[in-house]
Design a protein around this ligand. Structure first.
Ligand SMILES: *[C@@H]1O[C@H](CO)[C@@H](O)[C@H](O)[C@H]1NC(C)=O
Length: 441
Protein backbone atom coordinates (compact mmCIF):
# COMPACT_ATOMS: atom_id res chain seq x y z
CA UNK A 1 0.00 0.00 0.00
CA UNK A 2 2.69 2.42 1.12
CA UNK A 3 4.87 1.29 -1.75
CA UNK A 4 2.13 1.92 -4.31
CA UNK A 5 1.53 5.37 -2.83
CA UNK A 6 5.23 6.13 -3.06
CA UNK A 7 5.22 4.88 -6.64
CA UNK A 8 2.26 7.06 -7.59
CA UNK A 9 3.92 10.06 -5.90
CA UNK A 10 7.04 9.35 -7.95
CA UNK A 11 4.97 9.09 -11.13
CA UNK A 12 3.21 12.37 -10.35
CA UNK A 13 6.60 13.96 -9.79
CA UNK A 14 7.87 12.67 -13.11
CA UNK A 15 4.75 13.90 -14.90
CA UNK A 16 5.12 17.33 -13.33
CA UNK A 17 8.78 17.42 -14.34
CA UNK A 18 7.85 16.45 -17.89
CA UNK A 19 5.24 19.21 -18.02
CA UNK A 20 7.65 21.88 -16.79
CA UNK A 21 9.91 22.47 -19.77
CA UNK A 22 6.99 23.69 -21.90
CA UNK A 23 8.50 26.90 -23.21
CA UNK A 24 6.38 29.97 -22.70
CA UNK A 25 4.72 30.97 -25.91
CA UNK A 26 5.69 27.73 -27.57
CA UNK A 27 2.71 25.50 -28.02
CA UNK A 28 1.11 25.81 -24.62
CA UNK A 29 -1.23 28.76 -24.78
CA UNK A 30 -2.07 29.14 -21.13
CA UNK A 31 -4.75 29.91 -18.62
CA UNK A 32 -6.42 33.29 -18.50
CA UNK A 33 -8.21 34.84 -15.57
CA UNK A 34 -10.66 37.48 -16.77
CA UNK A 35 -11.86 39.78 -14.00
CA UNK A 36 -14.98 41.67 -15.07
CA UNK A 37 -16.71 44.41 -13.16
CA UNK A 38 -20.26 43.29 -13.87
CA UNK A 39 -21.83 40.01 -14.87
CA UNK A 40 -23.31 41.64 -17.95
CA UNK A 41 -19.84 41.74 -19.53
CA UNK A 42 -19.99 37.99 -20.04
CA UNK A 43 -22.65 38.63 -22.65
CA UNK A 44 -21.67 42.06 -23.95
CA UNK A 45 -18.03 40.99 -24.50
CA UNK A 46 -18.66 37.32 -25.31
CA UNK A 47 -17.12 37.45 -28.79
CA UNK A 48 -13.83 38.67 -27.40
CA UNK A 49 -13.69 35.82 -24.86
CA UNK A 50 -14.69 33.33 -27.57
CA UNK A 51 -11.87 34.66 -29.72
CA UNK A 52 -9.38 33.95 -26.94
CA UNK A 53 -10.73 30.43 -26.56
CA UNK A 54 -10.48 29.89 -30.31
CA UNK A 55 -6.79 30.74 -30.03
CA UNK A 56 -6.37 27.89 -27.56
CA UNK A 57 -6.47 29.85 -24.32
CA UNK A 58 -8.43 28.61 -21.33
CA UNK A 59 -10.52 31.52 -20.14
CA UNK A 60 -11.86 31.66 -16.61
CA UNK A 61 -14.25 34.60 -16.18
CA UNK A 62 -14.84 35.89 -12.67
CA UNK A 63 -16.55 38.94 -11.30
CA UNK A 64 -14.59 41.43 -9.23
CA UNK A 65 -15.15 40.89 -5.53
CA UNK A 66 -16.14 37.23 -5.94
CA UNK A 67 -14.97 35.10 -3.02
CA UNK A 68 -11.73 33.13 -3.19
CA UNK A 69 -10.09 35.08 -5.99
CA UNK A 70 -6.36 34.37 -6.15
CA UNK A 71 -3.62 34.42 -8.73
CA UNK A 72 -1.45 31.89 -6.97
CA UNK A 73 -0.93 29.81 -3.93
CA UNK A 74 2.61 30.37 -2.70
CA UNK A 75 4.77 29.79 -5.76
CA UNK A 76 2.13 27.91 -7.65
CA UNK A 77 0.54 30.18 -10.27
CA UNK A 78 -3.07 29.44 -11.13
CA UNK A 79 -2.99 31.57 -14.27
CA UNK A 80 -0.53 32.65 -16.93
CA UNK A 81 -2.46 35.70 -18.09
CA UNK A 82 -4.82 38.22 -16.56
CA UNK A 83 -7.56 40.29 -18.20
CA UNK A 84 -8.75 43.26 -16.14
CA UNK A 85 -12.07 44.44 -17.55
CA UNK A 86 -13.02 46.41 -14.47
CA UNK A 87 -12.15 50.06 -15.05
CA UNK A 88 -14.28 51.35 -12.17
CA UNK A 89 -13.21 48.75 -9.61
CA UNK A 90 -11.54 50.16 -6.52
CA UNK A 91 -10.47 46.73 -5.40
CA UNK A 92 -10.30 43.39 -7.12
CA UNK A 93 -11.24 41.01 -4.35
CA UNK A 94 -9.81 37.91 -2.74
CA UNK A 95 -6.04 38.08 -2.41
CA UNK A 96 -5.66 40.06 -5.64
CA UNK A 97 -4.33 43.50 -4.82
CA UNK A 98 -2.33 45.99 -6.80
CA UNK A 99 0.94 44.65 -5.47
CA UNK A 100 -0.19 41.11 -6.21
CA UNK A 101 -0.81 42.06 -9.83
CA UNK A 102 2.61 43.74 -10.07
CA UNK A 103 4.15 40.66 -8.51
CA UNK A 104 2.34 38.56 -11.11
CA UNK A 105 4.03 40.63 -13.83
CA UNK A 106 7.41 40.29 -12.12
CA UNK A 107 6.96 36.53 -12.25
CA UNK A 108 6.38 36.69 -16.00
CA UNK A 109 2.58 36.93 -16.06
CA UNK A 110 0.88 38.99 -18.75
CA UNK A 111 -1.88 41.50 -18.17
CA UNK A 112 -4.47 43.12 -20.44
CA UNK A 113 -5.86 46.18 -18.70
CA UNK A 114 -8.89 48.03 -20.08
CA UNK A 115 -9.78 51.49 -18.83
CA UNK A 116 -12.66 53.82 -19.46
CA UNK A 117 -13.52 57.43 -18.86
CA UNK A 118 -13.39 58.07 -15.11
CA UNK A 119 -11.45 54.88 -14.37
CA UNK A 120 -10.67 54.24 -10.72
CA UNK A 121 -7.42 55.26 -9.06
CA UNK A 122 -6.50 51.60 -8.68
CA UNK A 123 -6.58 51.07 -12.45
CA UNK A 124 -4.77 54.35 -13.14
CA UNK A 125 -2.08 53.41 -10.63
CA UNK A 126 -1.65 50.01 -12.21
CA UNK A 127 -1.12 51.65 -15.60
CA UNK A 128 1.26 54.20 -14.07
CA UNK A 129 3.29 51.40 -12.47
CA UNK A 130 4.12 50.02 -15.91
CA UNK A 131 4.96 53.48 -17.24
CA UNK A 132 1.70 54.49 -18.92
CA UNK A 133 0.33 57.83 -17.73
CA UNK A 134 -3.46 57.93 -18.05
CA UNK A 135 -4.92 61.38 -18.72
CA UNK A 136 -6.78 63.16 -15.88
CA UNK A 137 -10.01 61.73 -14.54
CA UNK A 138 -12.67 63.81 -16.29
CA UNK A 139 -11.01 63.63 -19.70
CA UNK A 140 -12.05 61.62 -22.72
CA UNK A 141 -10.81 61.34 -26.27
CA UNK A 142 -12.74 63.48 -28.75
CA UNK A 143 -12.61 63.61 -32.49
CA UNK A 144 -15.11 65.62 -34.49
CA UNK A 145 -13.98 64.34 -37.86
CA UNK A 146 -12.78 60.77 -37.56
CA UNK A 147 -15.67 59.49 -35.49
CA UNK A 148 -18.55 57.11 -35.85
CA UNK A 149 -21.56 58.54 -37.64
CA UNK A 150 -23.33 55.31 -38.58
CA UNK A 151 -26.84 55.05 -37.18
CA UNK A 152 -27.02 58.80 -36.75
CA UNK A 153 -24.71 58.76 -33.72
CA UNK A 154 -23.83 62.32 -32.73
CA UNK A 155 -21.09 61.49 -30.32
CA UNK A 156 -17.59 62.89 -30.69
CA UNK A 157 -16.27 60.54 -28.00
CA UNK A 158 -16.82 57.46 -30.18
CA UNK A 159 -13.72 58.00 -32.26
CA UNK A 160 -12.51 55.89 -35.13
CA UNK A 161 -8.80 55.42 -35.62
CA UNK A 162 -6.73 53.52 -38.12
CA UNK A 163 -3.42 54.77 -36.70
CA UNK A 164 -2.27 51.39 -35.47
CA UNK A 165 1.25 50.01 -35.08
CA UNK A 166 1.63 48.27 -38.39
CA UNK A 167 3.86 45.35 -37.56
CA UNK A 168 3.87 41.60 -38.05
CA UNK A 169 4.88 41.36 -34.42
CA UNK A 170 1.40 42.51 -33.47
CA UNK A 171 -0.71 41.04 -36.25
CA UNK A 172 1.31 37.88 -36.61
CA UNK A 173 1.41 38.13 -40.38
CA UNK A 174 -2.40 37.96 -40.50
CA UNK A 175 -4.43 40.52 -42.39
CA UNK A 176 -4.65 44.00 -40.91
CA UNK A 177 -8.05 45.19 -39.66
CA UNK A 178 -10.30 46.12 -42.57
CA UNK A 179 -11.89 49.19 -41.04
CA UNK A 180 -10.89 51.70 -38.39
CA UNK A 181 -11.02 50.80 -34.71
CA UNK A 182 -13.92 52.30 -32.72
CA UNK A 183 -12.79 53.64 -29.38
CA UNK A 184 -14.56 55.38 -26.52
CA UNK A 185 -12.39 56.12 -23.53
CA UNK A 186 -9.34 57.88 -22.17
CA UNK A 187 -6.02 58.75 -23.71
CA UNK A 188 -2.62 57.90 -22.30
CA UNK A 189 0.65 59.70 -22.42
CA UNK A 190 3.68 57.62 -23.23
CA UNK A 191 7.08 59.24 -22.69
CA UNK A 192 8.86 59.50 -26.02
CA UNK A 193 12.05 58.21 -24.43
CA UNK A 194 10.40 55.07 -23.11
CA UNK A 195 12.26 52.02 -24.37
CA UNK A 196 9.77 49.49 -23.13
CA UNK A 197 6.50 50.86 -24.48
CA UNK A 198 5.10 50.71 -28.00
CA UNK A 199 1.95 52.61 -28.88
CA UNK A 200 -0.35 50.12 -30.61
CA UNK A 201 -3.09 52.60 -31.46
CA UNK A 202 -3.07 56.37 -31.32
CA UNK A 203 -5.60 59.01 -32.22
CA UNK A 204 -5.98 60.28 -35.77
CA UNK A 205 -4.56 63.75 -36.39
CA UNK A 206 -7.86 65.37 -35.41
CA UNK A 207 -8.24 63.57 -32.06
CA UNK A 208 -7.60 65.26 -28.73
CA UNK A 209 -8.10 64.50 -25.07
CA UNK A 210 -10.03 66.99 -22.98
CA UNK A 211 -12.31 67.41 -19.98
CA UNK A 212 -15.36 69.34 -21.29
CA UNK A 213 -16.24 70.51 -17.76
CA UNK A 214 -13.01 72.48 -17.61
CA UNK A 215 -12.14 75.56 -19.63
CA UNK A 216 -9.59 74.92 -22.30
CA UNK A 217 -6.26 76.57 -21.60
CA UNK A 218 -5.09 79.11 -24.11
CA UNK A 219 -3.08 78.09 -26.07
CA UNK A 220 -4.40 74.54 -25.65
CA UNK A 221 -1.92 72.11 -24.11
CA UNK A 222 -3.67 68.82 -24.79
CA UNK A 223 -2.56 65.43 -25.97
CA UNK A 224 -3.44 65.69 -29.66
CA UNK A 225 -3.30 63.27 -32.57
CA UNK A 226 -0.41 60.83 -32.34
CA UNK A 227 0.50 62.09 -28.85
CA UNK A 228 -2.79 60.72 -27.54
CA UNK A 229 -2.06 57.02 -27.16
CA UNK A 230 -5.22 54.91 -27.12
CA UNK A 231 -3.67 51.48 -26.64
CA UNK A 232 -0.11 50.97 -25.35
CA UNK A 233 1.92 47.81 -25.26
CA UNK A 234 4.49 47.42 -22.52
CA UNK A 235 7.09 44.73 -22.52
CA UNK A 236 8.91 44.49 -19.24
CA UNK A 237 12.58 43.58 -19.03
CA UNK A 238 11.62 40.03 -18.10
CA UNK A 239 9.60 39.80 -21.33
CA UNK A 240 6.28 39.88 -19.44
CA UNK A 241 3.74 41.90 -21.37
CA UNK A 242 1.12 44.41 -20.32
CA UNK A 243 -1.37 46.04 -22.67
CA UNK A 244 -3.17 49.16 -21.50
CA UNK A 245 -6.27 49.98 -23.54
CA UNK A 246 -8.04 53.25 -22.80
CA UNK A 247 -11.42 51.79 -23.72
CA UNK A 248 -13.35 48.81 -22.44
CA UNK A 249 -16.03 49.37 -25.10
CA UNK A 250 -13.62 48.61 -27.92
CA UNK A 251 -13.67 44.93 -26.83
CA UNK A 252 -17.48 44.71 -26.83
CA UNK A 253 -19.58 42.73 -29.28
CA UNK A 254 -21.31 45.93 -30.29
CA UNK A 255 -18.02 47.45 -31.46
CA UNK A 256 -16.96 44.17 -33.11
CA UNK A 257 -20.12 44.05 -35.23
CA UNK A 258 -20.53 47.76 -35.94
CA UNK A 259 -20.40 49.24 -39.38
CA UNK A 260 -18.38 52.43 -39.51
CA UNK A 261 -19.21 55.63 -41.27
CA UNK A 262 -16.86 58.51 -40.66
CA UNK A 263 -18.48 61.80 -39.64
CA UNK A 264 -16.70 63.79 -42.31
CA UNK A 265 -18.53 61.61 -44.82
CA UNK A 266 -15.32 60.59 -46.55
CA UNK A 267 -15.50 56.85 -45.99
CA UNK A 268 -17.67 54.07 -44.73
CA UNK A 269 -16.82 50.47 -43.86
CA UNK A 270 -19.12 47.48 -43.49
CA UNK A 271 -17.14 46.22 -40.48
CA UNK A 272 -15.10 47.98 -37.86
CA UNK A 273 -11.55 46.81 -37.29
CA UNK A 274 -12.21 46.11 -33.63
CA UNK A 275 -12.35 42.33 -33.76
CA UNK A 276 -9.06 41.93 -35.60
CA UNK A 277 -7.34 44.63 -33.59
CA UNK A 278 -8.62 43.66 -30.13
CA UNK A 279 -7.71 40.02 -30.63
CA UNK A 280 -4.31 40.95 -32.04
CA UNK A 281 -3.59 43.05 -28.95
CA UNK A 282 -4.79 40.30 -26.60
CA UNK A 283 -2.86 37.55 -28.38
CA UNK A 284 0.26 39.67 -28.46
CA UNK A 285 -0.09 40.32 -24.75
CA UNK A 286 -0.58 36.65 -24.01
CA UNK A 287 2.66 35.71 -25.79
CA UNK A 288 0.97 34.26 -28.87
CA UNK A 289 2.48 36.85 -31.23
CA UNK A 290 5.91 38.32 -31.76
CA UNK A 291 7.69 35.93 -29.43
CA UNK A 292 11.31 35.25 -30.30
CA UNK A 293 13.07 32.14 -29.14
CA UNK A 294 16.83 32.28 -29.31
CA UNK A 295 18.77 29.12 -28.78
CA UNK A 296 22.18 27.64 -29.06
CA UNK A 297 24.60 30.57 -29.26
CA UNK A 298 27.77 28.90 -30.44
CA UNK A 299 31.18 29.88 -31.71
CA UNK A 300 34.18 28.22 -33.23
CA UNK A 301 37.53 28.93 -34.73
CA UNK A 302 37.26 28.86 -38.50
CA UNK A 303 38.56 25.46 -39.56
CA UNK A 304 38.98 24.45 -35.92
CA UNK A 305 37.11 22.85 -33.09
CA UNK A 306 33.77 24.14 -31.82
CA UNK A 307 33.62 26.16 -28.60
CA UNK A 308 37.36 26.31 -27.84
CA UNK A 309 38.17 27.22 -24.24
CA UNK A 310 40.51 29.94 -25.41
CA UNK A 311 41.07 32.05 -28.50
CA UNK A 312 44.33 33.60 -29.60
CA UNK A 313 44.47 37.21 -30.74
CA UNK A 314 43.87 37.64 -34.47
CA UNK A 315 42.17 34.24 -34.78
CA UNK A 316 39.42 34.07 -37.35
CA UNK A 317 36.24 32.94 -35.61
CA UNK A 318 32.58 32.37 -36.36
CA UNK A 319 29.63 33.07 -34.08
CA UNK A 320 26.14 31.72 -34.74
CA UNK A 321 22.77 31.70 -33.05
CA UNK A 322 19.34 30.30 -33.96
CA UNK A 323 16.36 32.64 -33.68
CA UNK A 324 12.79 31.52 -34.27
CA UNK A 325 9.56 33.46 -34.17
CA UNK A 326 6.67 31.73 -32.43
CA UNK A 327 3.12 32.75 -33.30
CA UNK A 328 0.73 30.66 -31.28
CA UNK A 329 1.82 27.12 -31.94
CA UNK A 330 3.58 27.98 -35.16
CA UNK A 331 7.36 28.26 -35.21
CA UNK A 332 9.18 29.80 -38.13
CA UNK A 333 12.65 31.20 -38.75
CA UNK A 334 12.85 34.83 -37.70
CA UNK A 335 13.03 37.12 -40.71
CA UNK A 336 14.67 40.19 -39.16
CA UNK A 337 18.00 41.38 -40.51
CA UNK A 338 19.01 43.75 -37.73
CA UNK A 339 20.32 41.34 -35.10
CA UNK A 340 23.78 42.36 -33.96
CA UNK A 341 26.50 40.68 -32.00
CA UNK A 342 29.11 42.53 -29.97
CA UNK A 343 32.49 41.26 -28.87
CA UNK A 344 32.95 42.99 -25.57
CA UNK A 345 35.66 43.49 -22.99
CA UNK A 346 34.27 46.38 -20.94
CA UNK A 347 33.76 48.18 -24.26
CA UNK A 348 32.58 46.55 -27.44
CA UNK A 349 35.60 45.99 -29.68
CA UNK A 350 33.35 44.87 -32.47
CA UNK A 351 29.64 45.25 -33.14
CA UNK A 352 28.29 43.94 -36.39
CA UNK A 353 25.03 42.70 -37.84
CA UNK A 354 24.62 38.93 -37.94
CA UNK A 355 23.94 37.51 -41.36
CA UNK A 356 20.69 35.51 -41.58
CA UNK A 357 20.90 32.22 -43.46
CA UNK A 358 17.13 32.18 -43.97
CA UNK A 359 16.55 29.05 -41.89
CA UNK A 360 16.73 30.74 -38.52
CA UNK A 361 20.49 30.64 -38.15
CA UNK A 362 22.25 33.99 -37.88
CA UNK A 363 26.03 34.01 -38.06
CA UNK A 364 29.08 36.21 -38.42
CA UNK A 365 32.73 35.57 -39.21
CA UNK A 366 35.29 38.00 -37.91
CA UNK A 367 38.87 38.37 -36.76
CA UNK A 368 39.47 38.61 -33.04
CA UNK A 369 41.00 42.01 -32.24
CA UNK A 370 44.66 42.33 -31.42
CA UNK A 371 43.92 42.68 -27.70
CA UNK A 372 43.94 39.94 -25.11
CA UNK A 373 41.75 39.53 -22.05
CA UNK A 374 38.40 38.09 -21.11
CA UNK A 375 35.90 38.88 -23.83
CA UNK A 376 32.28 37.95 -24.21
CA UNK A 377 29.89 37.64 -27.08
CA UNK A 378 26.77 39.64 -26.36
CA UNK A 379 23.52 39.62 -28.30
CA UNK A 380 21.17 42.30 -27.01
CA UNK A 381 18.23 42.55 -29.35
CA UNK A 382 15.26 44.84 -28.83
CA UNK A 383 12.91 45.31 -31.71
CA UNK A 384 9.58 47.04 -31.08
CA UNK A 385 6.86 44.45 -30.62
CA UNK A 386 9.17 41.45 -30.35
CA UNK A 387 10.39 39.84 -27.17
CA UNK A 388 13.89 40.79 -26.14
CA UNK A 389 16.95 38.64 -26.57
CA UNK A 390 19.83 39.15 -24.15
CA UNK A 391 22.50 36.47 -24.26
CA UNK A 392 26.14 36.40 -23.34
CA UNK A 393 28.92 33.95 -23.76
CA UNK A 394 32.33 34.42 -22.20
CA UNK A 395 35.47 33.55 -24.08
CA UNK A 396 39.03 34.47 -23.07
CA UNK A 397 41.55 35.64 -25.64
CA UNK A 398 45.26 34.95 -25.06
CA UNK A 399 48.34 36.57 -26.58
CA UNK A 400 50.80 34.66 -28.79
CA UNK A 401 52.92 32.08 -27.00
CA UNK A 402 56.69 32.66 -27.09
CA UNK A 403 57.11 30.19 -29.94
CA UNK A 404 54.20 31.46 -31.98
CA UNK A 405 55.86 34.62 -33.17
CA UNK A 406 57.34 34.66 -36.65
CA UNK A 407 61.07 33.91 -36.72
CA UNK A 408 62.48 36.34 -39.24
CA UNK A 409 60.56 39.52 -39.68
CA UNK A 410 61.45 41.69 -42.65
CA UNK A 411 61.07 44.77 -40.51
CA UNK A 412 63.74 43.42 -38.16
CA UNK A 413 66.51 43.02 -40.75
CA UNK A 414 68.22 46.31 -39.82
CA UNK A 415 68.41 45.03 -36.24
CA UNK A 416 69.79 41.68 -37.35
CA UNK A 417 72.30 43.60 -39.48
CA UNK A 418 73.32 45.81 -36.61
CA UNK A 419 73.79 42.79 -34.28
CA UNK A 420 75.83 40.99 -36.92
CA UNK A 421 77.93 44.05 -37.69
CA UNK A 422 78.67 44.57 -33.96
CA UNK A 423 79.83 40.96 -33.72
CA UNK A 424 81.91 41.32 -36.85
CA UNK A 425 83.46 44.55 -35.62
CA UNK A 426 84.31 42.94 -32.27
CA UNK A 427 85.97 40.03 -34.05
CA UNK A 428 87.96 42.28 -36.36
CA UNK A 429 89.04 44.60 -33.57
CA UNK A 430 90.02 41.68 -31.32
CA UNK A 431 91.97 40.06 -34.11
CA UNK A 432 93.74 43.31 -34.97
CA UNK A 433 94.56 43.94 -31.33
CA UNK A 434 95.94 40.47 -30.70
CA UNK A 435 97.92 39.99 -33.84
CA UNK A 436 99.27 43.39 -34.64
CA UNK A 437 103.04 43.57 -33.91
CA UNK A 438 103.79 44.99 -30.51
CA UNK A 439 105.55 48.29 -30.49
CA UNK A 440 108.08 48.74 -27.79
CA UNK A 441 109.64 51.99 -26.84
C1 LIG B 1 20.79 26.49 -41.37
O1 LIG B 1 21.67 26.17 -42.42
C2 LIG B 1 23.04 26.09 -42.04
C3 LIG B 1 23.90 25.80 -43.26
O2 LIG B 1 23.19 25.82 -44.42
C4 LIG B 1 23.22 24.97 -41.00
O3 LIG B 1 24.57 24.94 -40.59
C5 LIG B 1 22.34 25.29 -39.81
O4 LIG B 1 22.41 24.26 -38.86
C6 LIG B 1 20.90 25.47 -40.25
N1 LIG B 1 20.14 25.92 -39.11
C7 LIG B 1 19.04 25.36 -38.69
C8 LIG B 1 18.42 25.93 -37.49
O5 LIG B 1 18.56 24.39 -39.24
Amino acid sequence: MAASRALSALLMGLLAAAALPAVRGGGRAGRVLALIEADGLRRSHSQFFKGLEAAGLEVDIKTVGEGGLALRSYDDAFYDHLVLFAPQATELGGSITKSEVLDFIDRGGNVLLALARGASDLMRDLAAEVGVEVDAKGTAVFDHFSRQAAGGAEDATLVASAAWFDSDALFGGAARPEGPVLFRGVAQGVPAASELITVALSGEATAYSHDPKKAMAEPPALPVGGAAALVSLVQARNNARVAVAGSLDMFANEAFDAAVKLADGSKSFTKSGNRAFALAVALWTFQQRGVLEASAPRHRKVGGEAEPALYRINDEVEFAIDIFEVNGGERKPYGGDDVQVSFVMLDPYLRQPLVPAGNGTFSLRFTVPDVYGVFKYAVDYRHAGYSYIALQKVVPVRPFRHDEYERFLVAAYPYYASAASTMAAFFVLGWAYLYSPATTK
